[in-house]
Design a protein. Structure first.
Length: 186
């Protein structure tokens, strides 16, 4: 096996050529992303959280309200980014806004030119999560359809059920007085 070493201008030319070959590979993905007035990237694709990429950190905000589902999403996100080497795991902490979690990006400020890499990994995370939130949306739609348009076996027409003195589990004459005496007959 031969080892070749290039020094000086030849090494610089080969390094520039390799960098150009690497940067010419197109990678495409779709995100609902905006740039704020102070050049932060705002990503709105995930249904549970909004993702903000600042120059030195990533912050996740709950969309509507904080719940266990939102916290689990934030935890999965930062675990994913830690495994990809995007964030420093020891800098993950609660943000100054209620329910937000933030982590610092890897590298020093002047070395940090990895914004496309960060956004690409966020896109990968959202693509991994997409089956989960599509399932939740389909389930909610199925539940709504069940309530608004039930099957023939699960519903009755008006007037189909005959009247009676006692119906179901609520018997007339029973009342609830206090937590210590559950029921009595009137």
């Amino acid at each position: 096996m031969a080892i070749s070493i290039k020094v000086g201008a030849a090494a610089e030319e080969e390094k520039a050529q390799e960098a150009q070959e690497v940067s010419s590979v197109p990678i495409s993905f779709n995100l609902n992303i905006r740039r704020s007035l102070d050049n932060d990237l705002l990503i709105y694709d995930h249904p549970d959280v909004d993702i903000v990429v600042k120059s030195d950190k990533i912050v996740l905000f709950p969309k509507e309200f904080l719940s266990d589902i939102v916290y689990d999403t934030q935890d999965r996100f930062f675990r994913f980014m830690r495994k990809k080497g995007i964030i420093n795991p020891e800098t993950t902490r609660a943000g100054n806004v209620y329910g937000s979690i933030e982590a610092l990006l890897v590298g020093k400020e002047e070395e940090r030119r990895q914004l496309p890499l960060v956004v690409m990994n966020i896109s990968k995370f959202i693509e991994e999560e997409r089956p989960y939130f599509e399932y939740v949306e389909k389930y909610k739609q199925m539940e709504e359809d069940e309530y608004l348009d039930p099957d023939r076996a699960d519903s009755t027409e008006l007037g189909e059920v005959p009247q009676g003195a006692e119906k179901g589990g609520i018997r007339p004459g029973f009342g609830r007085v206090s937590p210590y005496f559950l029921s009595y007959i009137l």
